[in-house]
Ligand binder design. Structure first.
Ligand code: NAD
Ligand code: UFG
Length: 341
């Protein structure tokens, strides 16, 4: 099977490309490099010893996207391409709706015109809003999102579900990721945020490598054991494996289906901070800051459905996740760049 991976140069996409190649899939990557670096593509080739084609294409450009489909003739699509910065989406809602929803509509049209009807989509736990139940199962109703980024995921899920309902040729799997962290054990690929990191582990990693002074812990007055927020962290390589299992499943199913991809275990901000200190062997600085707008206190999944249907279980614990994040960051202090951009 040949898989067209949109956003394959990005953090989760590049790890999934490694997993796909190692499992014997053929791949091709479509990415406009708006939030990634071409070096990631070279490093995926270096890790796997396999070659594949790369199309530097914005999925909003239908003509160029069509060209990629014509040349590559894929059997399925894994769709990672999208903008993902929560705060930026509040500042630039039109750009987010345009890129994420407009891009996905283009992709659906292009797929249909080229006879490709299998798609796996990167959704997010953010679609649960302030969740009605913890742990969060897939039956938990979708909630109100607090930002345009979240709404794009919410709406794309609906668009893809409706598409599968209207035409039985379509098979759609929505994967709701919890909090991906970590990096490939080689330290050759990893998360490389542009500017000041929004997410917890990339921020801690930059403190550990000396690029930032101290972690700001957003709120220590939540109703949790240590007062800081709890999240379900998942190693990006476990997450990547989840996509391959979803691909195995897509051939056996009809219509659309949805799975949580998380470990089912929650860790607080301070637990992650201390696990990272252990991983890097240093004492790091932190300071308590006010709560961040839109954060929910506790978020972790019920992973039972992914286990039962896909045979998916996470393998890596929080210590390994932090060790691999540190391995990547210490070998690549400025990510794919040589110095601070
Ligand atoms: P990322 O930014 O590293 O990867 C996304 C990739 O898509 C980038 O390489 C970017 O250049 C590309 N891209 C963006 N818009 C594009 C366009 N119009 N055309 C072509 N390429 C485009 O992000 P990631 O963390 O790897 O996330 C991958 C997907 O998973 C995203 O859809 C994201 O919303 C979703 N997701 C991520 C998280 C997380 O915490 N990282 C959580 C839940 C869901
Ligand atoms: N945090 C800090 N300091 C920081 C960064 C984060 O204390 O510098 C805290 C946050 O307040 C939160 C926890 O660390 O309590 C995790 O924050 P992240 O930003 O790493 O992750 P979120 O759970 O907020 O967001 C993630 C993804 C989003 C997605 C959301 C819900 O980044 O894309 O999960 O699925 F929408």
């Amino acid at each position: 099977m040949k898989i067209l991976v949109t956003g394959g140069a990005g953090y989760i996409g590049s790890h999934t490309c490694v997993e796909l190649l190692e499992r014997g899939y053929e791949i091709t990557v479509v990415d406009d490099l708006s939030n990634s670096n071409k070096k990631a593509i070279e490093r995926v080739k270096q890790i796997t010893g396999k070659d594949f084609t790369f199309h530097e294409v914005n999925i909003c450009d239908k003509a160029k996207l069509d060209e990629a489909f014509e040349v590559e003739k894929p059997d399925a699509v894994i769709h990672f391409a999208g903008l993902k910065a929560v705060g930026e989406s509040v500042e630039k809602p039109v750009e987010y709706y345009d890129n994420n929803i407009g891009g996905t509509l283009n992709l659906i049209r292009s797929m249909r015109e080229h006879g490709v009807f299998n798609i796996i989509f990167s959704s997010s736990a953010t679609v649960y809003g302030d969740p009605a139940e913890i742990p969060i199962s897939e039956n938990c109703p979708k909630g109100m999102c607090t930002n345009p980024y979240g709404w794009t995921k919410w709406m794309i899920e609906q668009i893809l579900t409706d598409t599968a309902k209207a035409d039985e040729r379509w098979k759609v799997i929505l994967l709701r990721y919890f909090n991906p962290i970590g990096a490939h054990e080689s330290g050759l690929i990893g998360e490389d945020p542009k500017g000041i990191p929004n997410n917890l582990v990339p921020y801690i990693a930059q403190v550990a490598v000396g690029r930032r002074e101290a972690l700001g812990v957003f709120g220590n007055d939540y109703d949790t054991p240590d007062g800081t927020c709890i999240r379900d962290y998942i190693h990006v390589c476990d997450l990547a494996r989840g996509h391959v299992l979803a691909l195995d499943h897509i051939n056996k199913m009809t219509g659309s289906d949805v799975f949580n991809l998380g470990s089912g275990r929650g860790y607080s901000v301070m637990e992650v901070f201390h696990a990272f200190e252990k991983a890097c062997g240093k004492t790091l600085k932190f300071e308590y800051k006010p709560r961040r707008a839109g954060d929910i206190p506790v978020c972790y999944c019920d992973p039972a459905k992914a286990k039962k249907v896909l045979g998916f279980e996470t393998q890596f614990d929080i210590n390994r996740m932090c060790a691999d994040s540190w391995n990547w960051q210490s070998k690549n202090p400025y990510g794919y760049n040589e110095c601070e951009q």
